[in-house]
Every structure is written in structure tokens, then in C-alpha cells.
Design a protein around this ligand. Structure first.
Ligand code: ZN
Length: 203
């Protein structure tokens, strides 16, 4: 199983990190070892002093595909969820400065939180989903999939040009604005259309 992540997919988030607006989707991979086991707390690793939360809508691939045409992309997933792309921002900034790959800053153990999966048929329009992240029961990130620069089906078409998508692969579709630092004793929970899909403690 691989986790394919999209960076810079929401304009307001691009602005908050003073990044350039990309001409094509920004893509990176997290290894399967990055998945935080269900019901476990997240321990801030010792190599960073600045882990950020990034709440994102997730898509689970349900059959193998390569060079998928956008019009057929909907056939390749039937479940969606919400998750966190934990990012060691201090380390990522150093790597970005030097033009080096981000993996250490985004692919470390526990850096991928995956919520409960829901059938996509539960939702009328996947391009109009509200989602949010709460930190200590206060909303810190709010997004709507309608604000994505590249929508789910476009992302599937794009990434499948480079990577064969396999059953069980997960796509992290990018974070909206409001990313920020987590600290010990924080409690994070994520909601998609009002339903809580994950909750965890930070240690
Ligand atoms: Zn992200």
C-alpha cells in the first residue's frame, strides 16, 4: 500500500506558507510505515520542534489502474475519509531551502492519520464537502473540497500517469489554510460533513 499526497491544492494554504502556486499538482509519497495505528496516540518525534497538523480529505483506491482518464476516475474509488498529514515543518523548511526531498519531514512513523472510511455514495457531491479539524475542541482548520485547485478525479488522472494505482492505496488530497503547531496534551479531532472520523491525543 502506498500513500500519495498532494501539496499546495488550496489557494489560501499556498498563501499562508508563501509558496508558489503550482502549474501542476505537487505530489509526494508517504511509506506505509507512516500510518498511525488506529486508536494510538501520536508521539512528537525527537528530531523536530515544530510538527504541524494538516487536515485532508482522503480517497481509497478500489482497483488497479494506470493512465486513468478523468471521466473514468470515479470508478477507481468508492470510499472517502479524513486524515492528517503531520509535517515536521522545521525539517521540511530546511530541506526545501536546499531543494532536497521532503520525505523525512512527512513520511516518518505516525505521520499519516487515517480516519474511518465512508462510502462515497453517502455524499451527493464530492466537490462540495465541508471538513474541519478541531484542536482541543476549537476549530483550527476549515475546508471545502470545492476549493481544491485540482479535484479528486483530476488528481487520480494526474497521479496515475506516474504511478500505477493499486487497490488499497490512499490519496491525501491536500490541506486548506490554518495549518499550525501541535504540542503535548493537545487533542485533535476531524469532522467531515459534521461526522467525526478521527480523534487522537498528542504526547
Ligand atoms: Zn498535506
Amino acid at each position: 500500500m502506498k500513500i500519495i499526497c498532494i501539496g499546495r491544492n488550496y489557494t489560501e494554504h499556498i498563501k499562508e506558507l508563501a509558496n508558489e502556486r503550482p502549474e501542476e499538482p505537487v505530489v509526494f509519497i508517504k511509506p506505509d510505515s507512516a500510518v498511525l495505528p488506529k486508536e494510538q496516540d501520536f508521539y512528537i518525534p525527537e528530531f523536530t520542534k515544530d510538527v504541524h497538523h494538516e487536515v485532508e480529505v482522503l480517497v481509497k483506491i478500489c482497483k488497479v489502474g494506470k493512465h486513468i482518464i478523468e471521466g473514468f476516475a470515479h470508478k477507481y474509488y468508492d470510499e472517502i475519509s479524513l486524515g492528517l498529514d503531520f509535517t515536521a515543518r522545521d525539517l521540511q523548511s530546511k530541506l526545501k531551502e536546499k531543494g532536497l526531498p521532503w520525505e523525512k519531514a512527512k513520511g516518518f512513523d505516525g505521520a499519516a492519520v487515517i480516519g474511518k472510511w465512508l462510502p462515497k455514495s453517502d455524499f451527493k457531491n464530492l466537490n462540495n464537502l465541508n471538513f474541519s479539524l478541531l484542536k482541543n475542541n476549537e476549530i483550527v482548520q476549515n475546508g471545502n473540497t470545492g476549493l481544491m485547485l485540482w479535484k479528486i478525479d483530476e488528481l487520480i488522472a494526474y497521479v496515475s500517469k506516474f504511478f500505477t494505482l493499486k487497490k488499497g492505496d490512499i490519496i491525501f488530497t491536500g490541506t486548506p489554510a490554518g495549518v499550525g503547531q501541535i504540542t503535548t496534551n493537545d487533542y485533535l479531532s476531524g469532522r467531515l460533513e459534521g461526522q467525526e472520523l478521527f480523534a487522537l491525543n498528542i504526547k
